[in-house]
Design a protein around this ligand. Structure first.
Ligand SMILES: C[S@@+](CC[C@H](N)C(=O)[O-])C[C@H]1O[C@@H](n2cnc3c(N)ncnc32)[C@H](O)[C@@H]1O
Length: 220
């Protein structure tokens, strides 16, 4: 058989986490509080957060966008990875979820780096384009309503500079993208974007099997 990505059994997964995740009390506490919510599975995993923080540092990001903030975990890890003066423009529509986020950003002392915009994300991204123009950001993370993924991708592609990175979450959608019986709207939207990205010559890509699948798209 050709080389392939390892199958992560529970034992191997535990090993990966035990031997790589460098936890902090504030991150642990945010995961524990989020775990009590019915929609807790929307939060990215600890190892994905650490991976994204590393990416942000590797590309020397300063100005970043997040589409889908929830209780604030991904914005927190990205903000921690940014240099002083770095920014996360965090887009969400939920006052309820993001009130938890704000508490933890303050605890972690990164609240000054995060600018939360409570509005439909397409509106916020359009406003950023109108106010700042194109190519003004280094990194974007897309993790909100799946139906709008393509709209978010196209806007982020304009907002990010050449050599900047767009990370798109849930691209494997719990495996549903590969299930021919799955025909719901969200699965179809993710499949369509995955197909488009494979042939999109505006970016270099890698689909990384971390969390629920994360596609990295570097703007060329
Ligand atoms: C998967 S969660 C984000 C998880 C987050 N990145 C984390 O690390 O915990 C998706 C979020 O997108 C938000 N959302 C849904 N529709 C939206 C829209 N049209 N515009 C902006 N945010 C939206 C939801 O309120 C929810 O908080």
């Amino acid at each position: 058989m050709a080389s392939r990505t390892i199958n992560l059994t529970d034992r191997v997964y535990k090993y990966l986490v035990d031997h790589s995740v460098r936890d902090q009390p504030v991150l642990k506490a945010l995961r524990a509080e989020t775990a009590k919510l019915p929609l807790s599975m929307m939060q990215i995993s600890a190892e994905q957060g650490q991976f994204m923080a590393l990416l942000v540092q590797l590309i020397g990001a300063r100005r970043t966008i997040e589409v889908g903030t929830f209780t604030g975990y991904s914005a927190l890890v990205v903000a921690q990875a940014l240099p002083p003066g770095g920014k996360v423009i965090a887009c969400d529509v939920s006052e309820e979820f993001t009130s938890i986020a704000r508490r933890y950003w303050k605890k972690a002392k990164v609240d000054g780096k995060i600018d939360l915009r409570l509005a439909p994300a397409t509106q916020t991204l359009d406003r950023l384009l109108a106010a700042d123009g194109t190519a003004r950001f280094d990194f974007a993370f897309i993790d909100a309503d799946k139906n709008n993924y393509d709209a978010y991708y196209e806007r982020c592609l304009k907002l990010v500079r050449r050599g900047g990175l767009i990370a798109i979450d849930n691209v494997l959608w719990g495996g549903e993208v590969a299930n021919p019986k799955a025909k719901d709207k969200d699965t179809r939207a993710i499949r369509a974007l995955n197909k488009k990205l494979k042939g999109d010559r505006r970016v270099a890509i890698s689909m990384v099997p971390i969390g629920d699948g994360l596609t990295l798209a570097r703007k060329l």
